[in-house]
Design a protein around this ligand. Structure first.
Ligand code: ADP
Ligand code: MG
Length: 394
């Protein structure tokens, strides 16, 4: 990585403001239902404390739309973070207000405080320079460790870096290493598994990957636009008419670049988008008019599994079917299982794919499961993330 990290700055006695991604799911009772993102921030926070820093944390949570809204308070996060660290985390009542400023100025070395939700100010998402300056004024050094927000050019992810020495935390370093290594210098064979709902949301990923992979396995809803591009009937399956040409071009590019692009040879079709709908498996050429494809079939699972097991690097983005419904989750589960068994580097990027892998119990068997859906998608597209571009070069 060509960006400076927390290892490259002396934090002893300094006030360090750290942008984390504490955007965790919270239920109606105010309970955090998945604290993966909080856990992922611990190495950087611990490192700064051990180095004698005064630590100021900030994050967004949900979409409070620029207004103070208790429903989106970060208080539950301060509490959980304190439990995970085994130390008290001081919670500020505001972001750049009196309470935050007072608590920040009184911080002792190794003490940790958390500002309120940065999106309580509309200036955050507007990347307002004045707001970014006020955040910066509280500290001496800026650390970005919010990988999940690094694709946004906001005040706390990009603007603030103009005012302070700005470095990456360990989570951002780890995410960039996993995805960067796979994209820039993969052990081969390199296989990408792509799925999810739509071709349109993955065009950039497809074209970037076609320049890099040996195998491109396509499942999920996007497969049907590819079927159509090959002249097959897709019944009531998800189809993006405007992107049939995109699929035609991808098929041509794959051939020209020598990429083994594999489409499903069979799919599970159902009469409706409903777990209880009548369903059965058909060959790709035989999708009945009144049916929609909701998962890959067993023949396809077998073919995908063989390729995955024979790969030295596998990157996966997008579920193989409508996995939220148990009757259409098998393809996604079997791909996860094959990746878990694969001896090579296995990386999962994408919000829904990561959620599926976690829910199905395979997260610990992967080399890396990204904490950022949108951010990992943009890395897979080959884009530079504004929250990372803003940091100091080595
Ligand atoms: P990710 O977040 O991993 O990038 P996407 O957001 O692109 O993935 O797609 C996830 C969604 O795609 C899931 O909600 C899933 O139900 C849907 N999906 C997958 N296959 C199909 C299909 N055959 N028909 C309709 N929806 C599908
Ligand atoms: Mg998604």
């Amino acid at each position: 990585m060509d960006k400076k990290t927390v290892r490259d700055v002396d934090v002893s006695g300094k006030k360090v403001i750290v942008r984390c991604d504490f955007n965790v799911p919270i239920d109606d009772g105010g309970n955090i239902t998945d604290d993966t993102r909080i856990s992922a921030s611990l190495p950087t926070i611990r490192y700064l404390c051990e180095g004698g820093a005064k630590v100021i944390l900030m994050s967004h949570l949900g979409r409070p739309k620029g207004k103070v809204d208790d429903k989106y308070s970060l208080s539950p996060v301060a509490k959980r973070l304190g439990e995970l660290l085994g130390t008290d985390v001081l919670m500020a009542d505001d972001v750049i207000g009196e309470d935050a400023a007072k608590k920040a100025s009184e911080l002792a070395e190794e003490q940790i405080m958390l500002l309120e939700n940065v999106r309580f100010h509309k200036e955050e998402t507007e990347n307002d320079p004045g707001f970014a300056k006020k955040l910066a004024d509280m500290a001496d050094i800026y650390v970005n460790d919010a990988f999940g927000a690094a694709h946004r050019a906001h005040a706390s992810t990009a603007g603030i870096a103009k005012h302070l020495p700005a470095v990456a935390g360990f989570l951002i370093e780890k995410e960039l290493k996993a995805l960067g290594q796979a994209l820039e210098n993969p052990a081969r064979p390199f296989t990408a598994v792509l799925g999810g709902a739509k071709v349109s949301s993955k065009i950039g990923v497809i074209s970037n990957l076609l320049d890099r992979v040996d195998n491109l396995l396509i499942g999920g809803g996007m497969a049907y636009t590819f079927f159509k591009a090959k002249g097959l009937n897709v019944g009531k399956s998800l189809l993006e008419v405007d992107h049939i040409q995109t699929a035609v071009k991808a098929l041509e590019d794959a051939k020209q670049k020598g990429v083994n692009l594999v489409l499903p040879s069979d799919v599970v079709v159902a009469t409706a988008f409903n777990n209880d709908a009548k369903h059965h498996t058909v060959d790709a050429e035989g999708i009945p008019e009144q049916y929609m494809g909701l998962d890959i079939g067993d023949k396809t699972i077998g073919a995908f599994r063989d390729i995955i097991l024979g790969s030295a690097t596998v990157v996966w983005n997008g579920p193989m079917g409508a996995f939220e419904m148990p009757n259409f989750a098998k393809g996604t589960r079997e791909v996860a299982e094959a990746m878990a068994r694969c001896g090579g580097a296995t990386i999962v990027g994408g919000g829904d794919s990561a959620a599926a892998v976690k829910r199905m119990g395979y997260a610990d068997s992967m080399t890396h499961v990204s904490t950022g859906g949108g951010a990992s998608l943009e890395l897979l597209e080959g884009k530079e993330l504004p929250g990372i571009a803003a940091l100091m070069n080595k």
